[in-house]
Design a protein around this ligand. Structure first.
Ligand SMILES: Cc1cc2nc3c(=O)[nH]c(=O)nc-3n(C[C@H](O)[C@H](O)[C@H](O)COP(=O)(O)OP(=O)(O)OC[C@H]3O[C@@H](n4cnc5c(N)ncnc54)[C@H](O)[C@@H]3O)c2cc1C
Length: 585
C-alpha cells in the first residue's frame, strides 16, 4: 500500500516541535506563552518520554545549601568535567539562566524537595564543587515531565504523540515543515511550518547495552538534521555508565544506580578478585563514573568477566535494612526484571551507553542549526557537555535552551515575509516511505529489527568504552555491509499498527548515527574523557576542538575558543573530584 493510495493528512502550524520530552515541552510552552501557534509531536506517549527516567536531579547554583556557590563556579565545574571541550558560550548561557529554569518549574508547581524552612534542598552530585542539584525524590525527571505537561495543558498546546517524523522539509536552504506518519493507523502526515525545533533525543540506543528503551534515542535527531543540511558535532562523545544489567535482553543496559557503590557495593570479576585496586586503589568502588566504566570494561575485555559478559556488583554484605532504606528502587527493579534478591545475591553488570554528549551542531545564541528556521535542543543538540557530562546538567539544559530557543523561533517566524514550499521535497519524503511499504524485492527482504541488533553488536564491539584505529576501521567495513542490506528492508504494518514502519525509520537513523560516530571516533586520535583510544592514550592539545560531520562532507575539525581565564582558575582551584556521598543518577 503506497502513500499515494492513502490520503495524506495536512497540518499547518507556525512552529513545529519534534519531541515531547522535557526540551520539546519547554520550547512549546514558551511559544504558546508568546502567542505563537505551535504543535508538538512525538513518537511515543508523552507521559512516558525518556525524560521521565531521569532520577538524581537538576542543577542550578541557587546557593540554598552552600552560599559560596555561583553560576561562575557551576560554569567552571561544567568546563572541567567536559575536559575543556564544552563551548564556553553555551556553558555561560546555561549556568547563568539555570536559576530562572528552576523558578519556572517552581511557578508551575514542581514538587521540589525542600528543607524545613522552605528552601529548595540541593544535594551533591559527582564532580560538583558545591551542593547544587535540586531534586524530587528519586523521580526528578518524571516530576519535571508532569509539571511541563500540566503547564502545556493549561496553555492548550496541541500535542500529537503518535506522529513519527521521517524528514524535515527544506526549500532552497529554508525549512518549511516536516513529513511523517501516524504510528497507530499509518496515515501519512505533511506538516507545514515556518520553523521546526528538533527535540528528538540522542543516539545511545545504537549500543547493545543502553539505558534507553527500545524506541528511544535511535539517532532520529541526527538523521533529520543532517539530511536537512545541518551538521553533527562530536558524535563519538558518548557517556558510558559503569553498570547496566545484562538481562533480560529487551532491557539490557537498564541502570544499576551508582548509589549501589556509594552505599558500599563491591565489584568483583569472575575469578572472585576485587579489581578496583588495580584502577584506583585509593577510591576503589567510589572512583569516578568514567574510571569505573573503564575498569569494568577492561576486566570483561581481558577475559575475566562472567560467562554472560559482565562483572559482579555485590551489596549483599550490607545490612538488609540499609538496602531497603537506601536502595529501594534498585531492590524492586532487580526483583521485577530478574527475580534477583540483591540482599542475598550479587548482580551482573557491564558498562552501558547512557548519554549522547555529541549531537546536532547548534549556534550558542539561539541553538539554530545553520539551516534557516531549523533549531535543535536537549539531548539532540551538543556543546554543553564536551567529553564528559556533569551529572544533573542535562535536565537544566532542557529548561534553559527550551525557553531561549522557543523565544528565538518566535522572533524568527514573526520576521518572515514570505512562505516557502517545495513539492519536490514533499515528493522525496513520500517516496522514501512508499519504498519501505512496497512489496519485498525478489532478491530477499531484510528485517529492520535484525539489522538494528547487528548495529548494536557492531558498535559495542568496535566503538565501546575503548577504541582503536583497527577496531573502528573494521567497524566501518561492517557498517557498509549493513547499509547495503538495509536498502532491502521492507515494513509490514499489521492490525496492531505501524510499528514495523517506525522500526524501519529507526534503523535509518541508527545507521547514520553509527557512521557519524565511527568516522569521528577514528579522527579523534587522543584519549579524552569518555573517549578512550588504546592506540592514543594521551590527551592532545591540538585536538581541543570539535569534529563536525555531515553525510556529504564527512568529517572536519573546528578548534574551540579559549574559556574565560576566571573559569579556568575556578576549575583548577577545586580539583577535588571525590565522589564520596555524590553518587546518584
Ligand atoms: C536512567 C536515567 C537517569 C538520568 N538521570 C538524569 C539526572 O538525574 N539528571 C540529568 O540532568 N539528566 C539525567 N538523565 C538524562 C536526561 O534524562 C535526558 O538527557 C533528557 O531527559 C533528554 O530530554 P530530551 O527532551 O532532550 O529528550 P527525550 O526526553 O528523549 O524526548 C525525545 C522526544 O522525541 C520524540 N521523538 C524521537 N524521535 C522522533 C521522531 N522521529 N518523530 C517524532 N518524535 C520523535 C520522542 O517520542 C520524545 O517525545 C538520565 C537519563 C537516564 C536514562
Amino acid at each position: 500500500m503506497s502513500t499515494t493510495q492513502r490520503a495524506e493528512r495536512q497540518i499547518t502550524t507556525s512552529v513545529l516541535v519534534i519531541g515531547t520530552g522535557g526540551a520539546g515541552l519547554r520550547a512549546s510552552i514558551e511559544l504558546a506563552e508568546r502567542g505563537v501557534q505551535v504543535l508538538a509531536v512525538g513518537k511515543r506517549r508523552k507521559h512516558d518520554a525518556h525524560t521521565t527516567l531521569a532520577a538524581g536531579g537538576i542543577n542550578a547554583a541557587l546557593a540554598t545549601m552552600d552560599p559560596e556557590d555561583s553560576w561562575q563556579q557551576h560554569a567552571a565545574d561544567t568546563l572541567r568535567e567536559s575536559y575543556f571541550l564544552a563551548d564556553p558560550e553555551i556553558v555561560e548561557t546555561v549556568t547563568k539562566n539555570a536559576a530562572r529554569g528552576i523558578e519556572d518549574l517552581e511557578r508551575w508547581g514542581m514538587p521540589f524537595a525542600r528543607e524545613e524552612d522552605g528552601r529548595i534542598s540541593q544535594r551533591f552530585f559527582g564532580a560538583h564543587t558545591y551542593r547544587r542539584t535540586a531534586y524530587a525524590g528519586d523521580y526528578t525527571g518524571l516530576e519535571i515531565q508532569r509539571t511541563l505537561l500540566r503547564r502545556a495543558r493549561e496553555l492548550d498546546v496541541p500535542i500529537i504523540d503518535t506522529v513519527y517524523i521521517t524528514r524535515i522539509l527544506v526549500s532552497a536552504g529554508v525549512v518549511f515543515g516536516a513529513y511523517g506518519f501516524d504510528v497507530v493507523d499509518g496515515t501519512p502526515v505533511v506538516i507545514h511550518a515556518d520553523a521546526v525545533i528538533i527535540a528528538a533525543g540522542g543516539h545511545n540506543r545504537i549500543w547493545r547495552y543502553t539505558s534507553s528503551r527500545r524506541d528511544e534515542n535511535t539517532g532520529d535527531s541526527f538523521r533529520l538534521a543532517a539530511l536537512a543540511g545541518g551538521k553533527i558535532r562530536d558524535a563519538e562523545l558518548v557517556q558510558f555508565h559503569p553498570s547496566g544489567i545484562l538481562e533480560p535482553t529487551e532491557v539490557a543496559g537498564t541502570l544499576v544506580s551508582e548509589a549501589a557503590r556509594g552505599e558500599g557495593g563491591i565489584l568483583t570479576n569472575a575469578l572472585g578478585e576485587r579489581f578496583m585496586d588495580k584502577y584506583d586503589p585509593e577510591r576503589m568502588e567510589l572512583s569516578t563514573r568514567d574510571r569505573v566504566a573503564l575498569a569494568n570494561y577492561t576486566e570483561i575485555a581481558e577475559g575475566r568477566g562472567t560467562e554472560k559478559g559482565g562483572v559482579y556488583l555485590d551489596v549483599s554484605h550490607l545490612p538488609r535494612e540499609t538496602i531497603m532504606e537506601k536502595l529501594p528502587r534498585l531492590y524492586r527493579t532487580m526483583i521485577d526484571l530478574q527475580m534477583l534478591d540483591i540482599t542475598t545475591t550479587p548482580m551482573e553488570v557491564a558498562p552501558t551507553a547512557h548519554y549522547s554528549m555529541g549531537g546536532v551542531w547548534v549556534a550558542p545564541e539561539d541553538h539554530g542549526t545553520g539551516v534557516d528556521g531549523l533549531y535543535a535542543i536537549g539531548e539532540a543538540s551538543s556543546g554543553l557537555h564536551g567529553a564528559n557530562r556533569l551529572g544533573g546538567n542535562s535536565l537544566i539544559e532542557l529548561l534553559v535552551y527550551g525557553r531561549l530557543t522557543g523565544e528565538s523561533a518566535a522572533e524568527y517566524t514573526r520576521g518572515l515575509t514570505s512562505i516557502h514550499r517545495d513539492p519536490a521535497a514533499v515528493a522525496e519524503a513520500r517516496a522514501e516511505m512508499d519504498a519501505l511499504l512496497a512489496p519485498e524485492s525478489a532478491d530477499g527482504a531484510e528485517s529492520a529489527r535484525v539489522l538494528q541488533r547487528a548495529i548494536r553488536d557492531l558498535m559495542t564491539e568496535h566503538a565501546g568504552v575503548v577504541r582503536t584505529e583497527e577496531g573502528l576501521s573494521a567497524g566501518l567495513a561492517k557498517l557498509a555491509e549493513l547499509e547495503e542490506r538495509a536498502a532491502r528492508v521492507t515494513a509490514h504494518p499489521d492490525i496492531a499498527g505501524f510499528d514495523d514502519l517506525a522500526h524501519a525509520f529507526d534503523l535509518k537513523g541508527s545507521l547514520l548515527a553509527a557512521r557519524a560516530t565511527l568516522e569521528c571516533a577514528l579522527e579523534r586520535r587522543e584519549t579524552r574523557g569518555c573517549h578512550n583510544r588504546a592506540d592514543f592514550p594521551e590527551q592532545s592539545e591540538a585536538l581541543r576542538g570539535n569534529f563536525l560531520w555531515s553525510p556529504t562532507e564527512g568529517v572536519s575539525f573546528e578548534p574551540l575558543p579559549a574559556a574565560p581565564e576566571e573559569w579556568r582558575a575556578l576549575a583548577e582551584a577545586h580539583l577535588d573530584d571525590s565522589p564520596a556521598g555524590k553518587l546518584v543518577e
